[in-house]
Design a protein around this ligand. Structure first.
Ligand code: SAM
Length: 437
């Protein structure tokens, strides 16, 4: 889209760029093409564009992707965007991207997000579209240069901060190129930059309690000039020992700790993941009678029959709360599953295990649990007798950070469509339970 295209289109639509909506339209076609190329679009990708505006990036997306979702806040542009881009499976939403329901984006294959973001809301937009509930695997974003530099800052620099650390935990962030103000109409007052966020593979994300990590980081950077020991008073008594172990001086400030040192600091406060191998389960025969007790690893390695529970929690409108399993789980990591689930411990009965798991995974007192299906052991369910329960619960839930990635209520219709279009997003046991529901 050239500058004269933009000016002609604005005249045809009898409109003008609005500063309140952060409207600076890109008029360099080569740049637009190269920004879109960063998405590395593959057949079947679902591309989500935040703020398509007059379509400077969209026109290059529309030729490639099999599915396009456009989210634009400016009502004056909607009819035009619909007429130009809404065909086939492409959809144009007249919405504030901050209010957009991310649950809409699940179930249509891999999601890639692109946006020349309105600068006034870039930070909350990144927080949302890079959150645990976002299905995106990559984000290609044009931002104010200063924000892009903060996101990708190395440690011990003035740009390095809470946003660098919290976003960098799960995403590889790369500043791709700077953009001068002259490539936009009207020209913004600041320089811009294109960045990519690519989701880190599981092996590159250390298992730790994210809520504690974020709390330490946010408090640590709340007053950059202050020494950390004064901002984290609960660690004062052990501070000498902690800083020695980290290899830094006790007078250290937040920006002097590298990302891995922040992770180590989190481990000292909250030692990581439970040692699952030490758990004991009852081994049962084909009639579900207890035969003996064995360590978890022995049970799994030898495919011994054992017991498990799955709980489905519905809200008053009949939506089901789905849990996205933590990426650090040894089985089905990162997959969507029942509201809560777990093994029955040695000596425990099914109902006690169900109540315990609801407490441990979602932080709730068990509501009245109604048993429904009972699955028998098979290779696909890991040789478990599974007792399922359903119950009514509106939340709020407090998912255990090391167990649960995220969770949300989804309409049953959406779940049925999603499980049939993308069954690999779900644990095999949940798919079996859904059939029995
Ligand atoms: N993508 C176009 C381009 O590159 O020329 C337009 C980019 S312009 C910087 C930002 C766009 O985001 C505008 O079209 C604006 O109306 C839209 N916008 C602003 N706030 C928004 C929000 N909260 N949700 C969705 N779109 C928004």
């Amino acid at each position: 889209m050239t500058l004269s295209d933009i000016q002609r289109l604005l005249a045809e639509l009898e409109t003008h760029p609005t500063r309140r909506l952060g409207q600076n339209f890109l008029h360099d076609q080569n740049l637009a093409r190269s920004i879109v190329a960063l998405l590395d679009i593959q057949p079947g990708d679902h591309i989500v564009e935040i703020g398509p505006g007059l379509g400077a990036l969209t026109e290059f997306l529309a030729t490639q992707s099999t599915r396009l979702t456009l989210i634009e806040k400016d009502s004056r542009l909607i009819a035009y965007l619909k007429s130009k881009f809404e065909h086939g499976t492409n959809r144009v939403f007249h919405a504030d991207a901050l209010d957009f329901d991310l649950r809409e984006l699940w179930g249509d294959g891999p999601v890639k997000v692109i946006g020349n973001l309105p600068y006034y809301v870039s930070t909350p937009l990144i927080a949302k579209y890079a959150s645990a509930l976002s299905p995106a695997s990559v984000l290609v974003l044009t931002l104010q240069l200063e924000l892009a530099q903060r996101l990708g800052a190395p440690h011990d620099t003035s740009s390095y901060g809470a946003m660098t650390l919290c976003t960098g935990r799960r995403w590889d962030i790369r500043l791709e190129r700077k953009l001068p103000a002259s490539v936009f109409f009207p020209r913004p007052k600041v320089e811009s930059a294109v960045i990519t966020l690519r989701r880190k593979p599981r092996s590159k994300v250390k298992a730790l309690d994210e809520t504690i990590f974020e709390s330490l980081v946010r408090r640590g950077f709340s007053e950059r000039r202050k020494q950390l020991r004064n901002l984290l008073p609960e660690l004062k008594n052990d501070w000498e020992k902690i800083t020695t172990a980290l290899g830094v001086t006790p007078t250290v400030r937040a920006e002097q700790l590298s990302p891995s040192q922040w992770e180590s600091l989190t481990f000292t406060v909250a030692p990581s993941a439970a040692q699952h191998g030490a758990e004991c389960f009852d081994v049962v025969d084909e009639f579900d009678h207890v035969v003996r007790s064995e360590f978890r690893d022995v049970v799994h390695v030898n495919n011994l029959r054992h017991r498990a529970v799955h709980m489905l929690l519905f809200n008053a409108t009949g939506e089901l709360y789905l849990q996205k399993r933590s990426i650090w789980k040894d089985r089905n990591p990162g997959l969507w599953d029942s509201s809560a689930a777990g093994h029955v411990d040695s000596g425990e009965d099914y109902l006690t295990a169900a109540r315990r798991e609801l407490q441990e995974e979602l932080g709730i007192e068990a509501p009245r649990l109604t048993p429904f299906a009972r699955l028998t052991p098979s290779e696909s369910n890991g040789w478990e007798f599974i007792q399922t329960y359903r119950a009514l619960h509106e939340g709020p839930f407090h998912p255990a950070p090391l167990e649960v990635e995220t969770g949300a209520f989804f309409p049953m219709e959406k779940i049925r469509q999603w499980t049939s279009s993308n069954p690999h997003d779900f644990s095999p046991v949940f798919l079996e339970i859904l059939k029995a529901l």
